[in-house]
Design a protein around this ligand. Sequence first.
Ligand code: SAM
Length: 351
Amino acid sequence: MTAVVNDATEKMDLRAELIVRIGGYMTAHSIGVAAELGIADLIKDGVRGSDELAAESGTHEPSLRRLLRTLTAVGLTTEPEPGRFALTDVGAQLRSDSPDSLRAFSRMFCHPILLRAWQGLGHSVTTGERAFDHVYGTDFYSYVAEQGDANRLFNEAMSEESRIAAGQLAAGHDFSEAKKVIDLGGGDGTLLAAILSGRPQLRGVVFDSASGVAEAPATLEKAGVADRCEVRAGDFFQDIPMDGDLYIIKSVFQDWNDEDSLALLRSCRSQMPDSATLLIVGSVLPETASTDQPIMFFTDLNMLVNTGGRERTEAEFRAMLEETGFTVRSVRLGAAGPLSIIEAAPAAAGR
Ligand SMILES: C[S@@+](CC[C@H](N)C(=O)[O-])C[C@H]1O[C@@H](n2cnc3c(N)ncnc32)[C@H](O)[C@@H]1O
């Protein structure tokens, strides 16, 4: 009798585990709507009633309450009394006034543009093609560049995602020999601002497409480093600044397939000085998947859907760098928050 009960309980638990995972898209939609409405900003540090929150957010109270109960079920809010809600530490990251905010990141990754592209996952898995292009008829970066609000949101989301890695890279890497740091695909300049702050001898260039650097002047100004940092728009497959001694490429290679990644490395190799150093900052996949680091596998699949790129293992990075004329000096796993740092130098320099 006991064995039968245990068997039934175990089966129910297993079913629940799968069903909770299937509910992942419902969770994503719920987080996206809450982030869009700014609900976490309305709750702040307090415990707020769904009636007050509905009045302040202009929403339908019984429905908002159901949304908040679902967010409670997945650990973003608590409901200490019926109909009253507070933020958990996880949910507090949806506050826009938090230095650790992931509100823009949540709004971007739960945005209808990306959710619609993800509906094409089956197409990507069947054909190996980018679902984004299949759905929208153009590539991700060209599309987003044409959408003013979504472009701003994407740049802000990348900046939020970069903050911890930027802080750790800025604090943990030895910049004492560098004079001019070039951040290729540097987006809104969050990383370079963190590196230049507190190092008055250092100069920098944020290099990205015109839509990518659109928010960079404001970021650099706010960080007080604008007088030492240029913002240059361009295409890193064509012309990169040639006047740096340290080149950083963070969270860029996963956007590109192997052919494009090799082209980008060749562009760097042929234009950066022989004496310069290249730092690749990004995820380095383990050889086998496990439940330990789900985010890098989500990113990998997200790249299959949206950009046609992929995450890579250390061996794959080493092979690409060697093929394009670089010598790998070190690979520091997890040295920049969740990200790793690969340091390389032009091989011909014999260093
Ligand atoms: C995933 S984002 C990473 C941004 C930033 N490095 C960070 O870590 O937050 C990739 C960046 O590559 C830029 N990018 C894409 N194609 C580019 C190109 N052809 N030339 C220069 N930048 C490009 C995008 O605009 C975007 O800012």
